[in-house]
Design a protein around this ligand. Structure first.
Ligand SMILES: O=P(O)(O)OC[C@H]1O[C@@H](O)[C@H](O)[C@@H]1O
Length: 238
């Protein structure tokens, strides 16, 4: 047990007020890294979601739902170029304004310690997804130099898992500056380079955000063609 528990929230830096109550007294709780107000602003993805991308159905109009898929995944899966590569994406939280700001601080403004906050939620999910090869979505060399760390690698390391860095990014332009169509019609974005055999392996891709799904689908396509049996992905936000 940590004799010096975190007393300031890693997100807003306010003092973390201890939880008072029988549960708090009798349970060995995990260390609180963020305060309750910040935790409440993280909106967990719950309820019925798209079978592939994890988009909550209650947030989309019924006309954008096609059975157990959202309209976007339906379009990906009806395209013979893309169908069947990504089995399932799991995202922990909705990409609301609060999380947008926290993720921006984490990856654009270099606040590495925030990986520890997300790791608390990631660890449990990764335990459920194991055993699998955990592959972080890579940054380009330029981006890695600018940022100092890859957020997906940080998430895995802080969650206590070993990243298998078997992908390299070929294109270096920022995904966040591209439209959906531009993202989908990119030429191959990654290359795979590994000594380990991917034949028959389960792979979980790790990234910070799932937006259009283009990034994880490009990676999934490549890895599936390299022999992997199934590809899932896990992100902080959707
Ligand atoms: O490819 P989509 O899902 O559209 O966008 C998500 C990607 O865009 C980047 O900013 C994120 O870090 C992630 O890699």
């Amino acid at each position: 047990m940590n004799p010096f528990p975190q007393d300031h929230c890693l997100i807003c830096h306010e003092i973390i007020r201890p939880t008072i109550g029988w549960r708090a007294i009798f349970s060995i709780e995990t260390e609180h890294l963020i305060c309750q107000p910040c935790e409440r602003k993280l909106e967990r993805i719950e309820g019925e979601t798209c079978r592939i991308c994890c988009r909550p159905f209650h947030l989309i109009d019924e006309k954008f739902r096609k059975g157990d898929l959202c309209h976007d995944c339906f379009r990906w899966e009806e395209d013979v170029e893309w169908q069947g590569f990504l089995e399932k994406n799991t995202s922990l939280f909705l990409y609301n304004d609060f999380l947008k700001e926290v993720i921006a601080k984490f990856k654009f403004r270099g606040d590495y310690v925030l990986a520890k906050v997300f790791a608390q939620f990631f660890t449990k999910k990764l335990d459920q997804l194991a055993p699998a090869i955990l592959v972080p979505i890579p940054l380009s060399e330029v981006r890695l130099y600018e940022r100092g760390f890859n957020q997906a690698v940080a998430l895995l390391v802080e969650s206590g898992f070993v990243p298998s860095e078997i992908l390299t990014r070929i294109h270096s332009e920022k995904q966040s500056k591209k439209s959906r169509l531009e993202r989908i019609h990119l030429q191959q974005v990654f290359k795979v380079d590994t000594e380990i055999t991917l034949e028959g392996q389960r792979i979980v891709l790790i990234d910070d955000i799932y937006t259009t799904g283009s990034t994880v689908r490009h990676a999934a396509k490549l890895l599936k063609r390299a022999g992997a049996a199934s590809i899932q992905s896990l992100t902080i936000a959707r």
